[in-house]
Design a protein around this ligand. Structure first.
Ligand code: BES
Ligand code: MN
Ligand code: ZN
Length: 504
């Protein structure tokens, strides 16, 4: 996508599509200043005929059929005057882009009446760009494309925006555009990683993708360990889960150091099961189909690291994941096996399909004991139960620390990635007691999300910690919002980046 600022008044140059914004019941404002009076009157009448009132989120396209230099007019409803939230504006931008694609328009001009719906023009530009970018995501799949699809792929939309005559104001708007592109591209990386089949996204490949984000000029370093080193570190829990696979487990540790003195040290931990067959506690076929997505937590951590060099937050950021493939075989771990995590805690693996928490035990213990951060945030496609509880859009959220909780909730609101807090209800720790080990990896069906979180908590050693169970929103079976295409969504990338960015 290209973003071009123009000082030319809209209507004076040829343009495939112009997006105008209208507040509720103010449709008579549409086209003001750039459409000839008779055309404008016809547009207003047509909107009325079609029952378009400017309700928030409604988008309608009208062909101007040679009546103006503008070929198509896209009218976007802003809802009650002054009330639209930035995240709603982002979704609106995504809808406008989808409409533009549907019209096969090659240029899209964003009218200032639309962009001024959000007061802060830097934020408006960022939301506009995020929406446009997130909605135009395309996974380069392995499918043969029809000629029409190929043509559509090649015609990237040129996005035109009015140039602000005030230099300072324009600079801020440009910052907003740049940040929008940065956040969206980071999200895209996570989506690509999730959408790639497990055949091509095994532990070694995940480690290679991590390494590719480090290097000169990035302030990012990357350390990768294989089985032998992991054994030396005592990561027997994660190794047990990976031992049934032909693919060697990989431990990955990324570090971003800010140019100045770091204000805080934050560790991001991601679940990275590159395929979850369930292991010997094998999943039924219909539950196994989408299990290439079981590394979405780590994918989002990698997305974050892609943006860190340019975003340059004031925090030192560590990214940790242990990539394993959970497979049944003669060498697989068995239900009933007991293994020790790197902090010495012994785990009875009662069900090999509750594998994520067992791999996270070592990743979290490493983060807590070796990195010693100010806070740990983990993202994991941990339970099917969270999908039953919160559905396809909402992440299950746990936090042990008030400040961390507030900061993440605010970041989640900003990014438009919803999450809902669940309790770390201590008495349920009874449910994961084992007769022969310090803890067991399942606690039965009741409160399955909570017991999975209580299991993880044992490995953070008192470090302020938040756990995000992203099993629902990390993958969309069908598009539920214009900015979340079907497939990997990259949930959490923008929330984490917003969170890191507010650290002062
Ligand atoms: N990776 C799954 C959770 C999952 C399910 C993610 C559906 C995305 C979509 C996880 O490893 C798992 O299998 N959890 C089990 C735990 C159970 C055995 C205690 C589950 O939720 O059924
Ligand atoms: Mn599983
Ligand atoms: Zn899993």
């Amino acid at each position: 996508m290209r973003y071009i600022f123009t000082p030319e008044p809209v209507g004076s140059f040829a343009c495939d599509a112009v997006a105008d914004g209208v507040w509720l019941k103010e449709t008579d404002q549409v086209g003001k200043s750039y459409l000839p009076d008779d055309v404008r009157a016809a547009v207003v009448a047509e909107l009325k005929r079609r029952g378009f009132e400017g309700r928030e989120g409604d988008v309608i396209a009208l062909s101007l059929l040679g009546q103006s230099k503008i070929k198509q007019l896209i009218v976007a409803g802003l809802g009650e005057r002054g009330k639209i939230r930035p995240d709603q504006f982002r979704t609106l931008a995504a809808r406008i882009l989808k409409t533009t694609n549907g019209l096969r328009a090659k240029q899209l001009y964003a009218h200032e009446r639309l962009l001024k719906a959000v007061k802060d023009q830097e934020q408006a530009a960022q939301m506009w760009v995020e929406g446009v970018e997130l909605a135009s995501y395309h996974f380069h799949s392995f499918r043969k494309h029809t000629a029409a699809e190929e043509a559509k792929k090649r015609t990237a939309v040129e996005v035109l925006m009015p140039m602000n005559p005030d230099k300072n104001a324009q600079k801020k708007i440009q910052n907003g555009v740049d940040r929008g592109v940065l956040l969206a591209q980071a999200t895209e990386l996570a989506r690509d990683l999730v959408n790639t089949p497990s055949l091509n996204m095994h532990p070694h490949e995940m480690a290679e993708r991590a390494k590719a984000l480090a290097g000169r000029g990035t302030n990012v370093t990357c350390r990768v360990l294989g089985r032998a080193d992991m054994e030396r570190l005592g990561m027997h829990a994660a190794l047990a889960i990976g031992q049934g696979s032909q693919h060697e487990p990989k431990f990955v540790h990324l570090t971003y150091r800010p140019p100045g003195k770091a204000k805080k040290k934050i560790a991001l931990v991601g679940k990275a099961v590159t395929f979850d067959s369930g292991g010997l506690s094998l999943k039924p076929a219909e539950h196994m189909t989408d299990m290439k997505i079981d590394m979405a937590g780590a994918a989002s951590v990698l997305g974050v690291f892609k943006a860190l060099p340019k975003l340059a937050p004031k925090a030192e950021v560590h990214g940790v994941f242990i990539a394993v493939e959970n497979m049944p075989s003669g060498s697989a771990c068995r239900p009933g096996d007991v293994v020790a995590a790197m902090d010495g805690t012994t785990i009875e693996i009662e069900n090999t399909d509750a594998e994520g928490r067992v791999t996270l035990a070592d990743a979290l213990a490493f983060a807590a004991l070796k990195i010693k951060p100010d806070a740990i945030v983990d993202l994991a496609t941990l339970t099917g139960a969270v999908i039953i509880a919160l559905g396809s859009d909402v992440t299950g959220f746990f936090a042990t620390d008030k400040d961390l909780k507030r900061a993440l909730q605010q970041a989640s609101q900003e990014s438009g990635e919803p999450m809902w807090e669940l309790p770390l209800y201590k008495p349920y720790a009874e449910l994961i007691k084992s007769k022969i080990a310090d803890v067991r990896n399942v606690g039965g069906r009741p409160a399955g999300i909570i017991t999975s979180a209580l299991f993880l908590e044992k490995f953070v050693h008192g470090v302020p910690w938040a756990h995000l169970d992203i099993a629902g929103p990390s993958y969309a079976e069908k598009e539920t919002r214009a900015e979340w295409p079907a497939g990997g969504t990259g949930w959490g990338v923008r929330t984490l980046l917003n969170y890191l960015n507010q650290i002062q």
